[in-house]
Design a binder for this molecule. Structure first.
Ligand code: GTP
Ligand code: MG
Length: 261
């Protein structure tokens, strides 16, 4: 993360392209120019290896958490009628966004500052079928021995002014590296398909620039109204599902009664 030094080294690198070659042995001489390439690579490793290591650790944390959710999905779908998880989307923040966030928070641009202060570098988004699946899976996930709940924000019970709904969890969970165990922060966002549909489109529209303030305010109101509509859809789907479960249970009781008499 020492950009200036790299730019300086990159300049050396391009200036040394004409490194002389020993024609007799057809091998480049170990000249000052060649040394400079080695130094450049050495510097590149010194600067970037800690960053790559850090991003790899976050990638591992994402894989650990994804696996936990995949296992829960398999276990719970064996007990019920449906897969409670529709899909899982994950990402590790790219280093440019990490640096911008450190800058925004007036933190030093170091690996330690990232590890200690940024809790959303590793992100796992779990898309569930129904609202009650979210809370059921959350309960199973946070009760696991190696998952420590750090923060919980329920934007389903308390939607954001924009209309945004999701359940956000910040957890700490270990990864096991060649150097031993390391606890990592992971941000988990849990939402239904309807919540995800709204959030994805709203996110795209929010980045449309050059709207005049009146239009922007009008559109924000409309988007919030869409969020309320989609919340109603979630409730309706839940009622339909409960109705189906009730009817199926009643039909099976009837069958059993008939079989017994
Ligand atoms: P950040 O600095 O953005 O991480 O905010 P925060 O740490 O206070 O977290 P918050 O819980 O407010 O939101 C974090 C994430 O939730 C964002 O990065 C988005 O993925 C999502 N999010 C929050 N609010 C909205 C919203 O109004 N619309 C959409 N589409 N996504 C949102
Ligand atoms: Mg965040």
């Amino acid at each position: 993360m020492k950009a200036d030094k790299n730019i300086e080294n990159a300049k050396n690198f391009t200036a040394d392209n004409n490194a002389p070659v020993d024609s007799a042995q057809n091998e480049p001489k170990t000249t000052e120019a060649q040394m400079s390439v080695d130094q450049y690579l050495e510097q590149l490793h010194a600067d970037f290896d800690p960053v790559y290591n850090l991003l790899t650790d976050y990638q591992c944390a994402v894989m650990e958490v994804e696996t936990k959710f995949n296992i829960l999905n398999s276990r719970l779908s064996m007990q019920g009628e449906h897969n409670p998880i529709e899909s899982i989307k994950s990402r590790v923040k790219d280093y440019e966004s990490i640096i911008r966030k450190l800058e925004k928070l007036h933190l030093p641009i170091t690996v330690e500052a990232v590890e200690e202060n940024l809790m959303d570098v590793a992100g796992v988004r779990v898309i569930c079928s129904f609202i009650d699946d979210i809370y059921r899976i959350e309960k199973c996930f946070v009760s696991q021995e190696d998952v420590t709940l750090i923060m919980r924000k329920d934007y389903i019970q308390n939607p954001k002014p924009s209309g945004y709904r999701s359940l956000h969890l910040i957890v700490k969970t270990p990864i096991y590296t060649e150097n031993g165990k390391k606890d990592m922060y992971v941000e988990v966002q849990m939402r239904t398909i309807a919540m995800d549909f709204w959030a994805s489109l709203e996110h795209k529209l929010r980045y449309k620039k050059n709207l005049n303030p009146d239009t922007a305010e009008q559109l924000a109101k409309e988007l919030e109204a869409c969020a309320q509509e989609s919340a109603k859809l979630d409730e309706k789907m839940l009622r339909i599902r409960d109705q189906i479960i009730e009817d199926a249970a009643a039909a099976s009781d009837n069958l059993q009664d008939k079989a017994e008499h």
